[in-house]
Each structure stands twice: as C-alpha cells, then as structure tokens.
Design a protein around this ligand. Structure first.
Ligand code: ADP
Ligand code: ZN
Length: 362
C-alpha cells in the first residue's frame, strides 16, 4: 500500500491522502467504523459499477452497522447532467441525509465528477471520499478537486472546486475494466510522463506489455507515479492559474476533435491524436527532435491509439473552427502546450492558427 499526500497551500485544511493498493475497498467500512467521517454515507455509483462492486460495498457498510444507502444512475457520459444531479439530490433528501453525511463516489470519471459536485453543494457542502474504479479516474479526474456536470452547450460547464476527504485507489477494480477504458487511462499516463518525467516515459515503454496484460504490480507503480505528477502540478496550482495548463498537452486539438465528432470518439483516442499533432508542431518549431516524436507515437500506437484522423472523417477546417470557438481566439495566437523534449513541456503563446492549419493539413 502506498500513500501520496496532497498538500494544498491555499486551503491547507483541505489537504488529503491518496491511498493506493490492491484490495483496499474491503477495509473501508472497518476504517469508517473506527474513524467515522460522518453519521450517514451515500454511496453514489453508476449501473455497471453498482452491479460489480456497489452492492458488496453496501453490504460491508451494513455489516458494520454503518448508516448507508446505495444511489445509482445509468452508466455513461449522458448521465453527467444537472438532471441526474437533481435526481440524486432528491433521493438523498428523501432518505433523510443531512449535513452530517458523507458521499462515497464509487465509479469512473462520470461518477466522480457528478457525485463530487453533489457533495460540493448538498447542504452547502459535505465531505466526499473518491473511490475511482477506472484507470482514467484513478490518475486524472479523482485528483485535483474539479467537479462538474455537462450541459448541452459544453462539457463540465457547471461545476465547482471541492477537494475530497481522501482518494482510495484499489487496483483490483482494474481486473474488470474493458481494454478500451484501460487505453483511456494510459493515454493520460503517457501524457503525464511526456510533460514532466522522462524516466517515467521510459518505464512505460519498458513495461507496456505487462501493463496491457493488467499486471497489477506494474500498474500500481505506474498509477502511483502518475498520481505524483498530477499531485505536484495541482499542489503548485490549485485554482488553475499557470502550471495546470501543462496538463492540456494534446487536449486543445483533442477537445476540438471530440466536440467536432460529437463525442463519438473516446477521450484517449482524441488526445492521442492531439498529442501527435502537438509533438509534430513542437518538432516543426525547432523544439522537439524527430526521434522523440516517433517514440511518443510508437507508444501510443502500441496501446492501440491512433495518431491521425482521416480527412474524410474530419476536415482540418472543422477542427480549427472548434479550436477557435473553444478558445475564443481574438488576435490569432493561442496558448498551446509544446514539448522541448520527452519529460519537459512548456506553454507557448506563439502558436498561430496558420501554424495549426499547416500541421493539421499534412
Ligand atoms: P471515465 O472514467 O473514463 O471518465 P466512465 O465513468 O463513464 O468514464 O466509465 C467508463 C465505463 O466503465 C462506464 O460504463 C462504467 O460503468 C464502466 N466502469 C467503471 N469502472 C469499471 C470497472 N472497474 N470495471 C468495469 N467497468 C467499469
Ligand atoms: Zn484528459
């Protein structure tokens, strides 16, 4: 078992631990019985995770005489809405959850973001324990305190900052995770390595077969390193003023592709394409060497992620339009994350729409 501490400078009282290990979830009820966080627990989850892990967790809580209820909603990004938030809140109100309650967010990024947002506003804010069950949620969305729901206008349009009480990463959840979901998480882990840790990139290259075969010990090391990188960035920049921008590597183009394709592409695939264009641009502008571009793309390709989108599927013009709309570009230059080398990223304010047009048109 590993413990990573998130020390927040702006809100020191809200610092918390991320605990990583195999089988941790089995101890949660015992732990809360010994050291209660609240008088009542709302375990919020989606329909898939409810069946796989939620019902067992509820039984564990009941066996320890903890006051708990399981609240679930249909799996999928569509549920990350104000409508679902209201339904969950109504259910909690009907069940009599008061200010002395705690939310256990058991699931992937959708559950973490939605349940975390419910916790942020329920009775003006109650504690939340994040229990991520997808690799993506483990290394990305459960850390940093950003919680939100989508609207018809934009993803994560309505939300808050609400730091969890703790994050419990149980590696055993990954045993049931579909390969496609594993690749989504891996894309973010590769991004973490690319922006700030050359050795970690090398570790991922060397151990990629074990990781793809779901070797939990190797995955645990990789998850821990990935969390440390995100924690470091979040600690330095809690409210997204500077350093956090590096986490957008591959995401400017990635997000544009996702929205242009109306989210009919996975996040991992979209940012993989975004990272390959960002690396190309880094090389073209004289920062990154060609060998590193190939290394990055080879690793992404090895885990089954694309580095190009056929122009038949999506025209460069359409991607550019979405970037322009998303970033509200006025003077034709945009902030864009580039690589100096593997493990060293920076924010360039010198990338023009013309540069992007050139890269996307190739
Ligand atoms: P993400 O974590 O990628 O943001 P979701 O929260 O939508 O996205 O989770 C992706 C899908 O994986 C959902 O259908 C969810 O029910 C399912 N899921 C989550 N955790 C597990 C798991 N440990 N095993 C199997 N399926 C899971
Ligand atoms: Zn992402």
């Amino acid at each position: 078992m590993e413990i990573c501490r998130v020390d927040l400078k702006e809100e020191t009282g809200n610092s918390y631990d991320i605990i990583i290990g195999a089988g941790l979830i089995g101890n949660l009820a015992i732990e809360l019985k010994q050291k209660p966080v609240a008088n009542a627990y709302a375990i919020i989850t989606d329909s898939n995770v409810k069946r796989l892990y939620g019902e067992t967790l509820l039984k564990n809580f009941q066996a320890k005489n903890l006051h708990a209820h399981l609240i679930s909603f249909p799996a999928g990004e569509k549920s990350k809405s104000r409508d679902t938030k209201e339904k969950v809140e109504n259910e909690m109100l009907n069940l009599g959850f008061g200010r002395d309650s705690c939310i256990i967010a058991l699931g992937g990024g959708v559950v973490g973001d939605l349940a975390g947002f419910v916790a942020a506003t329920y009775m003006r804010g109650i504690p939340c324990i994040q229990v991520p069950t997808t690799l993506l949620a483990m290394v990305d969305s459960s850390i940093g305190g950003k919680v939100a729901v989508d609207t018809m206008h934009a993803k994560n349009a309505i939300g808050a900052f609400h730091q969890p009480k703790k994050v419990i990463i149980d590696m055993n959840f990954l045993k049931t995770l579909p390969k496609k979901e594993l690749a989504n998480g891996l894309a973010e882990m590769i991004k973490h390595a690319l922006i700030s840790d050359r050795d970690f990139f090398h570790f991922l290259e060397k151990n990629i077969d074990k990781i793809l075969n779901c070797d939990l010990e190797t995955l645990e090391q990789a998850v821990k390193r990935s969390c440390e990188i995100k924690i470091h960035i979040v600690e330095e920049d809690e409210k997204e003023k500077g350093l956090r921008k590096l986490l957008n590597y591959g995401h400017t183009i990635g997000h544009a592709i996702e929205s242009a394709l109306k989210y009919k592409i996975s996040h991992g695939q979209a940012i993989s394409i975004g990272m390959s264009y960002a690396a190309k641009l880094s090389a073209k502008n004289g920062f990154l060497d060609e060998g590193s571009v190939i290394r990055q793309n080879n690793l992404l390709e090895y885990i089954g992620l694309p580095h190009k989108l056929s122009h038949r599927k999506l025209k460069p013009r359409e991607i550019l339009e979405h970037i322009q709309y998303d970033k509200k570009i006025i003077n034709k230059k945009l902030n864009f994350v580039l690589l100096n080398s593997i493990g060293d990223a920076f924010v360039s304010d010198d990338v023009s729409m013309e540069d992007l047009k050139g890269i996307l048109g190739e």
